[in-house]
Design a binder for this molecule. Structure first.
Ligand code: ATP
Ligand code: GCO
Length: 169
């Protein structure tokens, strides 16, 4: 179904399932999926691979790039879905300054489960040790933000089916 397409950020800490859920949701909504990991400048990847958390200055160009992609795709009539941690309110505000219609899907869950999933997977640059900083940095979206919540303990199929229902698909 191609109606009701909207620009979407699938957000949450590292290992919460942004790439997994984003790709599956995009397939169902017939929208293009972009993994925000692929948009990080090389310096950011090197920093994270060394176990050093990014700071606001590191993330700003990356968030601007993501916001522009959402806005350009929406203007072109084919809004994309992007996986992006978007941990702080100010980061989401920056994305919204590019594309005010952005819907945020927040994948929420406990540290133990997410840590176990991170330890069990292979990632190009993100070490499990950065999960503590990711959780400390996270500012949960508040009710005035355009956000849907999803619980990471559910299966990807269940999460996406609930999201489709919330989006009236
Ligand atoms: N709902 C789920 N149920 C079970 N396993 C899941 C679920 N979501 C993701 N996973 C698994 O957990 C791991 C982390 O998922 P994924 O890589 O999608 O997270 P991410 O948020 O994109 O991580 P990062 O931001 O660090 O790239 C993967 O091995 C994935 O297969
Ligand atoms: O804002 C950040 O600290 C980063 O975006 C991280 O969240 C990683 O990119 C991602 O989680 C690893 O894939």
């Amino acid at each position: 179904m191609t109606t009701n397409q909207t620009p979407i950020i699938v957000m949450g800490v590292s290992g919460s399932g942004k790439s997994t859920i984003g790709a599956l949701l995009a397939e169902k909504l017939e929208q293009e999926f972009i993994d925000g990991d692929a948009l990080h400048p090389e310096e950011n990847r090197i920093k994270m691979a060394a176990g050093i958390a990014l700071d606001d200055a590191d993330r700003t160009p990356w968030l601007n790039n993501i916001g522009e992609k959402l806005s350009d795709s929406n203007k072109a009539g084919a809004p994309v879905i992007i996986a992006c941690s978007a941990l702080k309110r100010s980061y989401r505000d920056l994305i919204r300054s590019h594309e005010p219609d952005t819907l945020f899907v927040h994948l929420t869950g406990g540290k133990q489960l997410i840590g176990e999933r991170m330890a069990a997977r292979k990632h190009e640059f993100m070490p499990t040790s950065l999960l503590t900083s990711q959780l400390a940095t996270l500012e949960e979206p508040s009710s005035d933000e355009h956000v849907l919540l999803a619980e990471v303990a559910h299966t990807p199929e269940q999460i996406v089916s609930d999201l489709l229902e919330a989006l009236n698909h």
